[in-house]
Structure formats: C-alpha cells, structure tokens
Design a protein around this ligand. Structure first.
Ligand SMILES: Nc1ncnc2c1ncn2[C@@H]1O[C@H](COP(=O)(O)OP(=O)(O)OP(=O)(O)O)[C@@H](O)[C@H]1O
Ligand SMILES: Nc1ncnc2c1ncn2[C@@H]1O[C@H](COP(=O)(O)OP(=O)(O)OP(=O)(O)O)[C@@H](O)[C@H]1O
Ligand SMILES: [Mg+2]
Ligand SMILES: [Mg+2]
Lengths: 258, 258
C-alpha cells in the first residue's frame, strides 16, 4: 500500500481539493483507496456527505483507546460515493487532541499503526491534514510514504513554505527516515503578475522539489464541492481535473521508478 | 479601545487579508491601531516585513513569563509601514502552545490582559487568528469586543460555519459574556453559480449575523501582498479596497450606535 499525506500549515491552499480530486482519478483507475481525514474541521468527511459532529467513531477514538485488531478498525470505516473508496472520518473532537495529549510523546504512531493494519485491503491511501503543526501532522508524517504540499501561487502562501519545510525537517529527525515531498503549485492564474512571479520564485527556491506542472485556477472546483463529487468525476474534461490527472500519472509513474 | 478578532477554523477564507486591509483604512482615517498576530504561521507579521522565525519576543513570551508592566509590553511592539500602527508579532513557537499548556486552564486571559494594559495608547485593535480552535482562539475570544468571521462564498467554507459558531457558543459559556459576531462574505464571484448560491444559503441560515454587503473576488489582493502593503493603501480605488472601506464604516458607525 502506498500512502500520501497532503499537508501545509497555510490555510486554504487546496489540501482537501487535492485529496478529493486525486481520489476521483484513482477511483476511475479502479484502485482500492483509503481516505483518512485528520482535520478537526472535517472538510473531506463533509465533502463525502458526513457531518463530523455526528460521527461517534473515527480517528479520534484511535487516540483514546487504541484498537488492536483489524476487524474493529474496518468497522470504523465509512463507504463513500466513490467505488472501492473508504473513509476514516474526522470528528470535531480532534481539535482538543493537542491539549489532551500534552507532552505525552507516545502518540506519534497511532495513525501509522492503523494504516499498517489495514494495508492488505487497500492499494493506496491519502491523508488530508489540518492547516497546523501539531500531533495530527506528526502522525501524518509518520504514516505516509510521500508528502504532497499544495502551495497557492501567491506571496502569503510561499513566504511560509520554506519555514514549514525547515520545521518538517526538525520533526522528522525524530522519525526513522526523511519522507520525500513534492510541492504542487495550485490556483495558478497566468493572467496575474503576482501568480506568475510566485511560481517563478517557488521554482527558484525549491527547484526539483516542485512538480513540473501546475494546477490552474478553475471555478469549477467550487461547483464540484457543491455537488459533493470530486471534479475528476463531476467534470473530468475540465482544466482543473485534467491537471490532477497529470499529477496522479506522475505520482504513479514515479512510484514505479522507485 | 475597541478590539476586533478575525477568526475562522476554515483555512484561507481571508482572515489575514481582512485584518491588513481594515488596518490600512484605519491608518488613512488617522486612528491609532494595535495589530496582534496569534497565527503560528505568522502571515500578518510576514506581510508587514517581519520573519516569525527570527522574532524573539512577542505573543509567545507572554504565555511563558507573563509581563506585568506596560513599559515591558510596549517594548515588545514593532513598528509597521502604516503610520500610528504597531504590531504584537507572532513567532513559530506558538505552534507548540496547545501541547505545552495541556490542561492548564489559567491561560485564557493572557492576551486580554496585555491588551488592557496597552489600551490607553491605542484607539483600535485587530487580532488575526490561526485556522484552528485552541488556546489562541480562546484568548482572542476573551480579548475582543466583537468577532469578525470572514467566510468564503463556497460550499467547503459554509458547511463548517454553523458548526464553528455552535462551538464558539460552548467556549463562550466559560467567558463572562457572549461576544457579538459579524459574518463577512469574502471572495464573492457573481459569475459563479456556486458562489451566488453559497451567499444565499449563508444569508438564509445566519440572517442578520451576515454583513449586508460582500467582499468581491479581486486579483489585486495578491498584488498588494507581494508589495507588502495593504490593498487599501496600495490601490485604494480597487473593488476589494472599496468593499473593505464600506465594512470599516459599517463597523465604526455600528460602534457609535451601541
Ligand atoms: N485550483 C483551484 N482553482 C480554484 N479554486 C480552487 C482550486 N483549488 C481549490 N480551490 C477552492 O479553494 C478553496 C480552498 O480549498 P481547500 O478547502 O481544498 O483548501 P485547504 O488547504 O484544504 O483548506 P484548509 O486549510 O481549511 O484545510 C475551496 O473553495 C476550493 O474549492
Ligand atoms: N477578496 C479576495 N479576492 C481574491 N483573493 C483574495 C481575497 N481575499 C483574500 N484573497 C487571497 O486569498 C488567499 C488567502 O487569504 P488569507 O491568507 O488572508 O486567508 P486566511 O484566512 O488568513 O488564511 P489562513 O487560514 O492561512 O490564516 C491569499 O492569497 C489572499 O491574497
Ligand atoms: Mg482542507
Ligand atoms: Mg491568515
């Protein structure tokens, strides 16, 4: 099983949009996929039709009473409108996790262990993360094989990118190995000078860590989220969907190469 | 001194943009303003030319060793490119606050006490918050007179709005009084069906709690952030700046009325 974690401390850069649109393409490619929602705001769970306030079990309960066997874990998964795709949902209570765990360092591998336990049921996993550095992001780092870092092509978004990557390096020192990461430029608007300049700066500073293409700005993402379907299924020929199709092929090919 | 806190657990809805653009207008109106950056990612501090990683004192040190006297607090403030506007900066270490404080409940009034101490030097205060529910948002709730909740006019953003307002109510029960809040529709795009529908739904569910006008989508915000100046100063005649001018007049008039 190959797992990607979609992270960025900056809010609103397209983390959930990346998770759901890639999921749509993996579904069309008939892959068996596990989606994990680590965001207390629960955008991914809500996108797929679930209310994070109503959900009793999910990621949060893993931290409270670690589940040992596969059968119990599988019961916590929810079906989604996408074939062969299951969701490990978020709940609002996740917002209290950092305060509850305090200095208890033993909780960095909770999500990694759960995913390992389910690994024979799925081919791919995608973890959506909240816009913050904390116990949930540490879990995502430990649980994934590769990080995807969507970064909006604008000044506010790129200024914190280098700092965040530097912080990731510090957190990873305590993990066994550094995880490879790919920066995915999002909401690119070739008509706006600031967007063009931001992309050039991103490539200059982060070089080969930045994906060779971009996700363009596309108002159809908003239509898709209203319809509760990934854009990759809702309007597969749209610019936004086609760009994420390029990305999933890049990621799947890269995986072959490794 | 009147203080607004700009909050929303959803990321990328325009919290920092709202704080900085209102600040520009208050500066043009020759008001004395205190900006407080509670976001560990430090967008507001970075926008004004400071690197949150390099800053030694600031909000974080208030939580570590509470400063009692005004003179010490005033030393922690930084000048900004805006006249009569000072910044209480963020630092990256704020990201560890929830874990460090753990269940220590005595830390909900740290920011409120600091602002009270400085109240005779400023007429207005604006607090920029991170996209999460935690000790920093609790401090912002306690420290402000009114909440501003920017909400992007799209499905992902409005679905969590009611849940967040419900959560605020629960947190406020422990504060002396409920704070008035105003929902500010942002990034409104009248050409996109999903945006028009989202605004209608926002007005239907939240009624008089929603500001009567909107902040339109305007690519010039990205240009302004690249220039490190608020749009209200960088291009005062732009659509985005004019909309925030309407908002500040609404807020200042409302204040008169109360
Ligand atoms: N390429 C794009 N073009 C246009 N709009 C986009 C694009 N990608 C995402 N969006 C829109 O931008 C908004 C923010 O996206 P999204 O919620 O996925 O970001 P996020 O990083 O997950 O936010 P958070 O930090 O709250 O988790 C959504 O309204 C989404 O529809
Ligand atoms: N009305 C608008 N029209 C177009 N772009 C906008 C508008 N308001 C904000 N933006 C852009 O949207 C992006 C997100 O805005 P901003 O960083 O202010 O959101 P935020 O809520 O503070 O994010 P975070 O959750 O990370 O704190 C920025 O690139 C900003 O320039
Ligand atoms: Mg998200
Ligand atoms: Mg912000």
């Amino acid at each position: 099983m190959k797992t990607w974690a979609v992270i960025n401390q900056k809010g609103g850069v397209g983390k959930t949009t990346t998770a759901i649109t890639l999921a749509g393409h993996l579904c069309s490619l008939e892959k068996r996929l596990l989606l994990v929602d680590l965001d207390p705001h629960g955008s991914l769970s809500a996108y797929l039709g679930y209310d994070p306030d109503q959900l009793k079990t999910g990621i949060y309960s893993l931290f409270m009473e670690p589940t040992v066997c596969q059968a119990d874990l599988a019961k916590m998964l929810l079906p989604t409108p996408l074939e062969n795709t299951w969701l490990f949902p978020a709940s609002a209570a996740l917002a209290t996790l950092d305060r509850r765990m305090g200095a208890d360092h033993g909780k960095g591998l909770v999500v990694a262990r759960a995913i390992e336990c389910l690994a024979n049921r799925f081919q791919y996993g995608i973890i959506d993360c909240p816009p913050m550095l904390g116990i949930l992001m540490i879990n995502a780092l430990a649980a994934c094989d590769q990080l995807l870092i969507p970064a909006q092509t604008d000044y506010l978004s790129i200024n914190g990118l280098d700092r965040m990557i530097h912080t990731l390096g510090m957190v990873e020192k305590s993990l066994a190995r550094r995880k490879p990461y790919l920066i995915v430029p999002t909401m690119y608007d070739k008509r706006t000078r600031a967007s063009v300049d931001a992309l050039a700066k991103m490539r200059q500073v982060h070089q080969s860590r930045v994906w060779g293409s971009v996700i363009p700005i596309d108002t159809k993402f908003r239509d898709a989220s209203k319809a509760g379907m990934p854009l990759s299924i809702y309007q597969p020929k749209s610019r936004g969907s086609q760009a994420y199709l390029q990305l999933i092929h890049f990621l799947l090919d890269e995986g072959q190469a490794n």
